[in-house]
Design a protein around this ligand. Structure first.
Ligand code: GLU
Length: 938
């Protein structure tokens, strides 16, 4: 007890110390000012702060202070800034509008407050050493290089806001000295820009070799305008667009893959970079109810930049602490931030600059951490340097594919010529042609939606592979076009070394990868490349579930075999006869009774009473006659022992036999199937299962292959669904050899009448296949392993196999299930009871009729009072035998022997029933009938 108290106290102290240590951590506030519409940026920032604190165990914790306001409103903006300064924020973060730029700049300059912004750099000129840190890299130079690379002579610059005008200014400046002419078109409302776009179209058509350069503030603005462009038919061959976005992969460009339009743009976030993949796997799993606009496969550039800003702040503070551990010694007092050891926070009315402002801004410019958007390196003006932009192009039949990269210093490094059509589909990040197979539950056509809008592209499909390739594509950062194999064939090698099915498609370069339940085999591995396996399986046997055997009405007989029942019956008769016999010979079983007429000898063990004794023992009811002789008792004892064992064994087995519905499967192994006289079996045509039997050297499988070959093509099926249908219709005469994952799926589908028998015949795995030498292979393998490790594949398997299953758990396993007893289980017992009752009634009625005809009712003579009295007086002195064989006499309750039947006479109720003409003597008939020689002889 004491020890326990001590331990409790000790742990309380330790906890306290830990808490105190934790509270010693400095809380470094970061102030953020977001517009009410900046939801994803807000979420990205908050999540990054929370995650950074979780991950880094240092001397400080970051703390997010967020003000949501209308950034267009200068007064509100100024109030928010002052509120943050008063709270003692170390740095500020926000996206400012073009108009608010001046206000922010004046505050940050006055108070030496570092300000991170996700907006485009505006009005930054060399030598302007402000406190702004521009997270977004400038794109103007990249646009200029692209215009020059395309050799465009006329540029139609399309913009939507004043910020666009600033960029246009910069563009004009840097294009100065070239022969490029720039015309500009402002869209007044991006959601309804038809008119403006029509005008643009008219102007654009008048020029040869011109390009439309679109530069908008947000990703939704691009999507809206692109949609209107499609509707206006400006997505045909001859139209060229350059997009000023930094996140071309987030735009829906699938709708531009058919008309021959040429679209080029940039991508800042490298979806294939390990740190981006790691972040996105966390981002994807965030619940959107808590983390608004998170829980997606993609993140907007601005949100990613907010995340990177937090990384920069954390690394800056770390670096300052590394340089001087005492740097913040006077800054913190009782958890509050003090400026110059004088004021709490940085009050706007005080006018004193932030004491660490300059140190922080200088440190930011010295570090180079890696973020989601690449190297987070800044120049003197707070602008990004050392970043790179991937260049993407949307080609005919393909979504965006990477054509090169652009770096501020090096300019373009193109993988393929800008004007070349895309033909090597496995370079970098691009739209990949994905082949697959329409097999349940891997890939299925979605049902048409109720609103009548037809499904297009990848959204037409659902299933494990649809979800799987979606996750893989987001991990590897490519877009894809899912087109199932037209013939629904996996891939079989012919004698002339050609392949059909998906393998054939890959070899012919008609597809870039196969995301399907494609088994990795040695022969296929020689023809194509496989990723690491994403699912394990093996060949299994599917049969129709046999009908369950219901216990019959006489199933209570089942616990014992017929021979055992026979033994019990024989034993019963032998024991009865044995007891009868030994009782005859044993003097102890004979009783002497003195009667008026002489001495009589009685033996209770007649043949009938012996049978009754054995029956009573067998039914555990006992009997009123028990053997008295030693020999009789030995027989009785041994019979009781036997009965005890027999009845206990019976009881123990009974419940199981009455309640279990049994499944008697016709086969339980491949050998059973191979030797079954009238069951046929087959596999999928052109699949790896067929190939396995063809090549196997195992004796049983060879026999099976010979059987299948001899029954070619009848035993083979085109699809797994066809094989399953055949099993269901064959009334148990056809077994389907298929991979266990299919077997598991169909077993769990209505009408729940198939089952898997025996263990898997082999073990193998499914992999993503690519043409030989594809650069995608490595990426795919890494993505597959990531999906396995983060549990995505387990979740997908559960979704398509278990959650979509329609059979109950016990049904799906084909096992037996316990349930309560029904009448049908034990009806036989009641039949016997009814039989016994009917027999007894028939016997009773027969006895009654016989006795009545002789003047007696039920064996009791019908007598009046006088007759009864005379009868009594006649027998008053007659000797009566008691249990001990002694004789007694009494005037009431006497045993009166009448014609071999010993009766208890009762008091005559003559007094009370004197009016009755006939009085009956009520009597009880003893079960044991005495063997009375004298009476019989009478
Ligand atoms: N997964 C198999 C293949 O890749 C098809 C199914 C089967 O043969 O049972 O060929």
């Amino acid at each position: 007890m004491r020890m326990n108290n001590f331990l409790l106290q000790l742990s309380a102290i330790v906890l306290h110390v830990l808490c105190v240590c934790e509270s010693f951590k400095w809380r470094i506030p970061i102030g953020a000012i977001f517009d009410t519409e900046d939801i994803q940026i807000n979420t990205g920032f908050t999540y990054a702060v929370a995650h950074s604190n979780e991950r880094t165990k240092g001397k400080f914790n970051l703390s997010a202070l967020i003000e949501e306001t209308d950034v267009e409103d200068s007064f509100k903006l100024a109030t928010s800034i002052c509120s943050h300064l008063f709270s003692g924020v170390f740095v500020l973060l926000g996206s400012h509008s073009f108009h608010s730029h001046g206000i922010i700049k004046s505050y940050t300059n006055k108070f030496a407050m570092p300000y991170f912004t996700t907006s485009i750099p505006t009005g930054v000129t060399d030598g302007n050493h402000g406190y702004e840190i521009y997270m977004k890299p400038p794109v103007t130079e990249a646009l200029r290089d692209m215009i020059l690379e395309y050799e465009v002579k006329d540029v139609h610059y399309v913009y939507e806001s004043d910020a666009g005008l600033i960029k246009l200014q910069e563009l004009l400046k840097i294009l100065n000295g070239t022969d490029v002419k720039v015309r500009w078109h402002r869209l007044h409302d991006v959601t309804n820009a038809h008119e403006d776009l029509r005008k643009l179209d008219r102007v654009y058509s008048g020029f040869k070799n011109s390009t439309i350069l679109m530069d908008f503030n947000s990703e939704p603005a691009y999507d809206k305008v692109l949609e209107q462009i499609r509707k206006l038919g400006m997505n045909k061959r001859g139209y060229k667009y350059i997009l000023g976005t930094l996140n071309i992969l987030n735009l829906n460009l699938q709708r531009f893959t058919h008309g021959g339009v040429n679209i080029t743009g940039f991508q800042l976030l490298d979806y294939s970079a390990p740190n981006v993949m790691e972040f996105l796997s966390r981002w994807r799993s965030l619940p959107p109810r808590v983390w608004k606009e998170a829980g997606r496969d993609q993140i907007s550039v601005d949100a990613a930049l907010a995340v990177d800003a937090v990384t920069v702040v954390r690394r800056t503070i770390q670096s300052m602490l590394r340089n001087n551990t005492e740097v913040f010694r006077t800054t913190f007092r009782r958890g509050d931030v003090y400026n110059n050891n004088r004021t709490r926070g940085i009050p706007c009315n005080d006018g004193n600059p932030w004491m660490h402002g300059n140190a922080i801004i200088n440190n930011i410019k010295q570090i180079d951490p890696r973020g989601l958007t690449g190297h987070l390196e800044f120049n003197e003006n707070g602008m990004r340097k050392g970043y790179k932009l991937d260049v993407f192009k949307v080609g005919l039949k393909h979504g965006p594919y990477k054509i090169g990269i652009w770096k501020p210093k090096d300019g373009f490094q193109l993988i393929s010529n800008l004007n070349e059509s895309h033909n090597d589909s496995t370079l970098g990040v691009e739209t990949i042609r994905v082949t697959s197979i329409l097999e349940k539950p891997f890939l299925m056509l979605k049902k048409a939606p109720k609103d009548g809008v037809p499904l297009v592209g990848n959204s037409k499909y659902e299933g494990f592979c649809a979800d799987f390739i979606y996750s893989i594509a987001s991990k590897c950062g490519f877009t894809y076009d899912l087109r199932p194999n037209k013939n629904g064939v996996y891939g079989k090698k012919f004698d002339n070394n050609t392949w059909n099915g998906m393998i054939g498609e890959l070899i012919a370069k008609e597809a870039d990868l196969a995301a399907a339940p494609l088994t990795i085999t040695m022969e296929r591995e020689e023809a194509v490349d496989f990723s690491k396996p994403f699912m394990n399986t093996g060949i299994s046997i599917m049969i129709k579930k046999p009908e369950k055997q219901k216990p019959g009405v006489f199933s209570f007989m089942k616990p014992f075999s017929i021979s055992l029942w026979m033994c019990i019956v024989i034993g019963y008769f032998v024991v009865s006869f044995g007891i009868f016999l030994v009782s005859r010979f044993s003097p102890t079983e004979w009783k002497r009774i003195k009667m008026r007429t002489g001495t009589e000898y009685l033996n209770k063990f007649t043949l009938k009473s012996s049978l009754w004794f054995s029956m009573g023992s067998l039914m555990l009811q006992g009997s009123d006659t028990c053997p008295r002789s030693a020999a009789g008792r030995i027989i009785g004892g041994t019979w009781w022992l036997a009965v005890l064992i027999v009845i206990s064994s019976y009881t123990a087995n009974l419940a199981a036999f009455l309640t279990i519905e049994r499944l008697l499967t016709p086969i339980s192994s491949a050998d059973d199937l191979a030797n079954h006289p009238d069951m046929s079996y087959g596999t999928l045509d052109s699949g790896s299962t067929q190939d396995f039997f063809k090549k196997s050297n195992v004796h049983t499988y060879k026999i099976m292959w010979n059987f299948m070959k001899n029954h070619y093509p009848s035993v083979f099926v085109k699809t797994s669904a066809e094989g399953v249908k055949r099993v269901r219709r064959s009334k148990g005469k056809y077994a389907f050899l298929l991979e266990s994952v299919y077997n598991e799926y169909f077993m769990n589908q209505e009408p729940c009448d198939t089952m898997q028998v025996a263990q898997n015949l082999n073990s193998k795995g499914y992999g993503i296949a690519t043409p030989k030498g594809s650069k995608l292979r490595q990426k795919l393998s890494i993505a597959v392993l990531q999906l396995i490790e983060d549990g995505t594949l387990i979740k997908l398997k559960k979704k398509w196999w278990v959650d979509k299953g329609t059979c109950g758990a016990s049904d799906s396993h084909g096992g037996s299930k316990k349930k309560s007893l029904s009448l049908s289980n034990v009806a036989g017992v009641f039949f016997i009871l009814i039989g016994g009752l009917v027999m007894a009634i028939v016997l009773g009625v027969a006895n009654f009729l016989r006795s009545k005809s002789k003047g007696r009712l039920g064996g009791v003579p019908i007598i009046n009072n006088d007759a009864a009295r005379s009868l009594l007086s006649d027998y008053r002195d007659a000797p009566l035998n008691n249990e001990n064989g002694q004789t007694t006499s009494s005037d009431v309750h006497q045993s009166v022997p009448v014609k071999g039947i010993l009766m208890n006479t009762c008091k005559l109720n003559s007094g009370e029933n004197s009016n009755n003409s006939n009085h009956t003597i009520r009597s009880e008939i003893y079960g044991n009938i005495y063997n009375r020689k004298t009476l019989h002889d009478r």
